[in-house]
Design a protein around this ligand. Sequence first.
Ligand SMILES: C[S@@+](CC[C@H](N)C(=O)[O-])C[C@H]1O[C@@H](n2cnc3c(N)ncnc32)[C@H](O)[C@@H]1O
Length: 216
Amino acid sequence: MIGNPVNYNKKYVGNSPLWSNSSLDNNLKRYLMLLNGKNILDLGIGEGQNSIILSQLGYKVTGVDYSKKALDICKKNCSNIELVEKDIRDFDIPSNKYDLIMSRCVLHFLHKSDIYAIIKNIKNNIKANGLVYISVFSTNDPGLKFKHNSPDFDALENNVFHNISDNTYSSYFSKDEILDLFSGFNTVLISDEYSIDLSHGTPHYHGIIKYIGEKI
Ligand SMILES: C[S@@+](CC[C@H](N)C(=O)[O-])C[C@H]1O[C@@H](n2cnc3c(N)ncnc32)[C@H](O)[C@@H]1O
């Protein structure tokens, strides 16, 4: 493992949701019908923005997160989710258990070598015909340009940045890179979007790649 996990504890304040949008992610809504079973793993579950709704719909969700605060908020709002307080880099995914493994807006907080190991873990252990859903910052994200110009970050190869003050890493991806990482999977969705994010804080832009793939 390279560097520290990002510390989200300071971002989750009290019991108020960090993200105002508590409806189910449109892409999940659209493709839930492809699931062959009810077992879902959410890597970096946060407050359970999507997993709580999935649990209420009858899915059996396991969520992993490093932030105790996030897990406490999630637990308070839904007691049916199995929660694991852990760095996702240390989580061994049980073999052939999950019909959907998702990780929304989490993996880009890591060094690419750790991300590759997690993706390998997902690919090896998800059930046959299981779905993977990930979203990560794209190379169009304004954060990349900012970090290139900031003395607080070291720019490493392959669009990886090191935050010198807290020894965390962040990574940015192209669409082709993601498709390559999920080679052997059937692509259900790949999108590369640049849009204003109104879900938290002041309006700001993000470049985000979303990928859904099926193990064949
Ligand atoms: C932007 S939030 C996304 C939460 C959730 N996936 C969603 O879509 O609403 C990122 C979450 O990932 C968690 N996280 C980041 N790095 C992690 C790591 N290495 N291990 C476990 N959790 C991590 C943070 O604590 C935070 O709750």
